[in-house]
Ligand binder design. Sequence first.
Ligand code: AMP
Length: 306
Amino acid sequence: MSSPGTVPQTTPGTTPGTTAEAKDLIRLRRIAELRRQVATWRRAGESIAIVPTMGALHDGHLELVRRARVDCERVITTIFVNPMQFNRPDDLSSYPRDEAGDIAKLAENRVDALFAPAAEEIYPKGYQTRVSVPLLSDCLCGAARPGHMEGVATVVAKLLLQSLPDAAYFGEKDYQQFLVVQRMARDLDIPVRMEAVPTVREADGLALSSRNLLLTPAQRDQATAMYRVLTELAARLKDGRTPAPPALAWGRAALGEAGFDPVDYLELRDADTLQPLERAERPARLFAAAWLGQVRLIDNLAVVDG
Ligand code: AMP
């Protein structure tokens, strides 16, 4: 997936006038190398951002990089397909991987370093510790994918402690994930600014996702229904008086008619606590997860902003 044809909600594109090449990107595989590199930049008084990803990079990831670039002098992108957050082995093995393409995109976007550790580097023999953020994790994607949020919180905690950055960048595309890692960093007193970046979408509204690569052309057409249903629901619910349950029942049926099967969830939730809401009376967000064939897509949309 590339930038043309996408409609980012923030300024798109590679910074003009940059001709960085893949050879300029520092590539790190070991935690010790990462720590040495960070220490060098710290000695020079430079600020450091981290952008955690699972690779197969698209313009959504690169938007996080561009935000990080504006805020900090050095940007580290991590690529790690984290086994702990996958609850199905086939999902882990089919997750798209494209390291050569990723390296080219990171260099183009003037990322300073790529940290791409092996699984054994992050979870060596004897590894046990897990970080859990129960209340924010046990609903939505956490309920549909047992252990997923714990895996995310654990790996992000490790990456933050390995790099000790000034700021870390995440996408609103995975809104629940952002709330979980933000809570985790606060609760563990990790001194980092946790920043959320608006979702970057295709021209027809489909949220960019590495998983979109797994869709057939017919499924790709069907996929647009998710954003259409979310926007329609947001318009219906935003007065704060319309009851959510019948509207959500309509939305689930509309997703089903568009070809999504099953619909894991379509819900209206408090934007801060993720508790279910009957009406969008306070900062509220719609959340959806549903399947097209073997591919699970998720999206979310603000109904009433915080
Ligand atoms: P992933 O590689 O899917 O784990 O995503 C890495 C980071 O990129 C996460 O913080 C995601 O929320 C973010 N991200 C993924 N897709 C998008 C998108 N379409 N717009 C903005 N951020 C995104």
